[in-house]
Design a protein around this ligand. Structure first.
Ligand SMILES: Nc1ncnc2c1ncn2[C@@H]1O[C@H](COP(=O)(O)OP(=O)(O)OP(=O)(O)O)[C@@H](O)[C@H]1O
Ligand SMILES: [Mg+2]
Length: 622
């Protein structure tokens, strides 16, 4: 064991506390060179008997005794000047260390660590293993609220503590190549954060549907079937992303929408009497989150098409109409256009997604696997924007962490890529969110592809193994303090291992995250099921696969009757849907309307009847 253990605290410091039979040269070295930041220590790689000691290895901390103080160094290089091995004599080696600070003993109490160095090591100063008390002092968080997330890589008996308020409050990033344990580490961090701060809410943008199974007791799952985000909550550019399906916008059509949406909002607010329809819209914009009916927008388009002087606009009006209709009837956009009634459900929507009240489950996992990219773009933008605004307006009562897994997708380094509103909403949280209690956590395997301003706003970074040279360089440039050589280990770290640096830790710390049981590993439920299926040797159900590929939902019985919802709970909460009454099940399951396959009825059109009045028009009327 590399760390020298002490039994009694507060004992006088002496470098000579070695077993009497041990030879000096066996465990100690002497400083032979020192500049302002680094030192070289001369030592031996083996004993007089020829046994290789393995005392000195890269990545370990050592201390250099200077009497009053002990300079702490990190071994970053080790070698033998002549690059040959002599079996018949002792082999001298050079150990290169980076000086990271000094420890001093305050009277009677535990040692304290300081990053600055007041006394530099002299030539001949004795270097030795660091004591565990000194090592603890190096990582001591000086009274800040701490949580333990694992142990030090160097010494398993010392807890790796992070200052949770600083990690959350000043944003954090977890980076590392695929499969090193980023998601698992995040799940662990979330678990600890919620335990430490029960007022915290978390929104996970989860592109692989992994997290809900790893936080079963804290989370609710929202996927494209259970998401309810009415289209009128979208800003114009977000709505346009969906209506234009992520393709380039047509300015004339966008201008039309910009004109018509405020009118439709006004119509909704003052439904009776057409005289004042076009009045009083001054305070309304296409971005105001007020309900309106798409049917009204279509009606106004139809009216304009019918006008005699509107001939030149007709093609634009017609394409816009077609676009809106096809978006409204697209089953993939049911979460936006699917409500039967257009009602002001903003409280319910916000309550559901942002867990107010949270009923003991403060985490929302927004499962986005399988959602079309334009939907992901818009939904992330709407939610990030709402998150910030809610935190801002709640005056500190609402504390929310937005966790972006695969963050380089929404916030790419290349400004031409990605969806501008999402990028703006996220960078607003990154830049100003902490003042209002809206925090950002980013997880990425490609820090080089992530917007550098976002990464620079993350004050605590957990860097796991990174193989790519460019990614390593980015992390290296993000480390302000002198322990940059720690990062030379980035390419060779083991699973669960990370280098943590920034505000949330006292000193750059190499740690190993706690081992989590299988059921708490993100995505494990899915993988486990996959494994089971594969081991069954079961046939692949091609019909089902193709159905999924076509993304046409099966015709559903009237779920509202079959599964009454508990009014005290929110969608996603366990027990939200009560067990269906047997007679209702029987009634609902009698007619199986359409045969399997592409001809299945689209429930969205049927269910629109109440609210939009948007039924596919007969062809001869188009
Ligand atoms: N703390 C841990 N405890 C136990 N097992 C772990 C831990 N961290 C990682 N693992 C193991 O490593 C595997 C990969 O971890 P994880 O899915 O978190 O990696 P990742 O970095 O998120 O990968 P990807 O980039 O592909 O999403 C897990 O399935 C698990 O077996
Ligand atoms: Mg992952």
């Amino acid at each position: 064991m590399y760390v020298e253990r002490e039994k009694s605290a507060g004992e006088a410091i002496s470098q000579e506390r070695r077993d009497a039979h041990q030879n000096d040269k066996r465990i100690l070295g002497h400083v032979v060179k020192c500049d302002g930041a680094r030192a070289t220590i001369a030592a031996f790689a083996d004993t007089l008997d020829g046994e290789v000691t393995r005392q000195w290895t890269v990545g370990k901390m050592i201390s250099i005794n200077l009497g009053e103080t002990r300079t702490v160094g990190l071994v970053y290089g080790i070698g033998k000047a002549d690059a040959t091995w002599h079996a018949d004599q002792q082999n001298p080696i050079e150990v290169h260390v980076e000086l990271i600070g000094e420890v001093r003993d305050s009277d009677g109490s535990k040692p304290t660590f300081d990053r600055g160095i007041t006394a530099y090591p002299h030539i001949g100063a004795i270097a030795h293993r660091i004591r565990s008390r000194d090592l603890s002092a190096v990582y001591d968080l000086a009274g800040r609220r701490t949580v333990v997330v694992g142990h030090l890589s160097q010494d398993e008996t010392i807890d790796a503590c992070i200052a949770i308020d600083d990690v959350l409050g000043r944003h954090f990033a977890v980076v590392g190549t695929t499969g090193v344990g980023k998601s698992t580490a995040v799940s662990l961090l979330l678990r600890k954060s919620i335990e430490a701060r029960p007022d915290l809410r978390v929104l996970i943008l989860d592109p692989h549907n992994e997290f809900a199974s790893s936080l079963p007791d804290y989370s609710v799952r929202v996927d494209s079937n259970t998401l309810d985000l009415p289209f009128w909550l979208f800003r114009l550019e977000e709505l346009a992303e969906v209506i234009f399906r992520g393709r380039e916008l047509v300015p004339e059509e966008l201008d039309l929408l910009r004109d018509l949406i405020p009118l439709a909002k006004n119509m909704y607010r003052t439904p009776i009497g057409s005289a004042n329809l076009r009045r009083g819209t001054d305070s309304l914009t296409a971005d105001t989150p007020l309900p309106y009916r798409m049917a009204d927008v279509i009606k106004m388009i139809d009216e304009r098409m019918g006008l005699l002087d509107g001939k030149t606009d007709r093609p634009v009006l017609r394409t816009l109409r077609t676009r809106i209709e096809s978006a409204v009837t697209d089953p993939r956009y049911r979460f936006m256009f699917g409500s039967r009634m257009i009602e002001d459900t903003i409280h319910q929507t916000i309550g559901n997604i942002f867990r107010v009240p949270h009923n003991g489950r403060p985490v929302t996992c927004l499962e986005m696997a399988g959602m079309p990219s334009e939907v992901v773009n818009s939904v992330c933008s709407v939610l990030a924007r709402l998150a910030f605004d809610l935190a801002l307006l709640s005056e500190g009562k609402f504390r929310l962490l937005v966790l972006c897994e695969e963050a380089h997708r929404y916030m790419p380094a290349d400004p031409r890529l990605g969806f501008a509103p999402t990028r703006h909403a996220m960078s607003r949280i990154a830049k100003e969110g902490r003042k209002y209690g809206c925090f950002l956590g980013v997880v990425t395997q490609r820090p080089g592809e992530l917007d550098p301003t976002i990464l620079s706003q993350c004050s605590t970074v957990f860097a796991m193994r990174l193989a790519n040279e460019q990614d390593q360089a980015i992390i290296r440039s993000a480390i302000a303090d002198s322990s940059a050589s720690t990062l030379s280990f980035l390419s060779s770290m083991g699973q669960r291992e990370a280098i943590a640096f920034g505000e949330g830790v006292a000193t750059t710390m190499r740690l190993k995250f706690e081992h989590l049981p299988l059921q708490f590993i993100p995505g494990n439920g899915k993988r486990h099921a996959d494994d089971l299926d594969a081991s069954d040797g079961g046939e692949i159900d091609l019909v089902q696969l193709v159905e999924r590929l076509r993304n046409v939902p099966r015709a559903q019985p009237a779920l509202g009757f079959v599964e009454p919802a508990d009014p005290q709970k929110q969608p996603g909460d366990p027990g939200y849907r009560k067990a269906p009454l047997p007679e209702l099940v029987a009634r609902a399951s009698v007619p199986e309307p359409a045969p399997k396959g592409a001809t299945a009825e689209l429930p969205s059109t049927a269910s629109n009847e109440g609210g939009f009045g948007l039924r596919p028009r007969p062809l001869w009327k188009r």
